[in-house]
Design a binder for this molecule. Structure first.
Ligand SMILES: C[S@@+](CC[C@H](N)C(=O)[O-])C[C@H]1O[C@@H](n2cnc3c(N)ncnc32)[C@H](O)[C@@H]1O
Length: 198
C-alpha cells in the first residue's frame, strides 16, 4: 500500500495494523514495535528538490539548455519550461528538438516515465541530459539508461536544494549520475566515465 500523499511506500505496520506516515525518514521505535515495511530512496526523496546551481551551471555551460521539461514557474532553469503549476505537462509536450535538462520527480514510477520520454525526445532530435539516482538494478536503468549515449558517474553526492528553505537539503543518501541521450543514441552501449563538476 502506498502513502496517500506521495504515493510511495511510507507505510508502517504496528501490532498488525497499517499506519501511514508521510515522508518519514527515520524509524525509531522502543522495543521494536514499529516495523518499517518499505523506505526506499524514492520514499525519502521529495519530488521537487532542485538541482544545485553549481552543478547546473557547469552542465549548462557545456550543453546550452533551452528546455526544462519538469519544473514549476518558481523552479524553471531554462528559457523555456514545462511548468506543471500552469498545466504544462513535460511528459505530454514535444521538446521540439531542443537541448533539454531533466531533473525528474523521483517518486515511484516517475523516473521510468521520464527516462522513456528522454529517449523518445532524443530520437526525435533533442540532446537530453538528466540527473538521476545511480541504480542499475531498476527496470528504467536497464530499458532506457542503457540506451543513452553517455553515463557520467558522480564521485561525490549531490546536495539537492530544498525548495522551501532554498538551502541544501540534508545529507544525500544515494549516488547520482548524469545521463546523456543524444540524437540517434541506442545503437551502441553508453560510454561511461567518472565526472566531477566541482
Ligand atoms: C526534481 S524537481 C526539478 C526542478 C528543477 N527543474 C530543477 O532541476 O531544479 C521536478 C519538478 O517537476 C515538476 N513536475 C512533476 N511532474 C511534471 C510534469 N509532468 N511536467 C512538468 N513538471 C512536472 C515537479 O512539480 C517538480 O517541481
Amino acid at each position: 500500500m502506498d502513502c496517500r500523499e506521495c504515493r510511495v511506500g511510507c507505510v508502517f505496520v504496528r501490532n498488525g495494523q497499517s499506519v501511514y506516515a508521510h515522508n518519514v525518514r527515520v524509524l525509531l521505535g522502543d522495543g521494536g514495535v514499529w516495523v518499517l515495511v518499505e523506505l526506499s530512496i524514492r520514499g525519502t526523496m521529495k519530488d521537487d528538490w532542485q538541482t544545485p546551481p553549481d552543478l547546473f551551471s557547469v552542465l549548462d555551460a557545456e550543453f546550452n539548455f533551452l528546455v526544462d521539461p519538469c519544473c514549476t514557474t518558481k523552479s524553471k532553469l531554462c528559457l523555456s519550461g514545462c511548468t506543471i503549476d500552469t498545466g504544462s505537462d513535460g511528459l505530454k509536450t514535444d521538446w521540439a528538438g531542443l537541448p533539454a535538462y531533466v531533473n525528474p520527480p523521483y517518486s515511484r514510477g516517475n523516473i521510468e516515465k521520464w527516462c522513456e520520454k528522454c529517449l523518445i525526445e532524443a530520437r526525435k532530435g533533442s540532446l537530453v541530459v538528466a540527473l538521476l539516482p545511480c541504480d542499475c538494478s531498476t527496470s528504467w536503468w536497464q530499458k532506457y539508461v542503457m540506451q543513452a549515449y553517455e553515463i557520467r558517474f558522480l564521485p561525490r553526492r549531490v546536495r539537492f536544494i530544498d525548495p522551501e528553505t532554498r538551502k541544501p537539503a540534508g545529507a544525500p543518501t544515494f549516488s547520482s549520475v548524469i545521463v546523456i541521450w543524444a540524437p540517434g543514441c541506442g545503437g551502441a552501449p553508453p560510454r561511461c566515465k567518472s565526472w566531477d563538476w566541482k
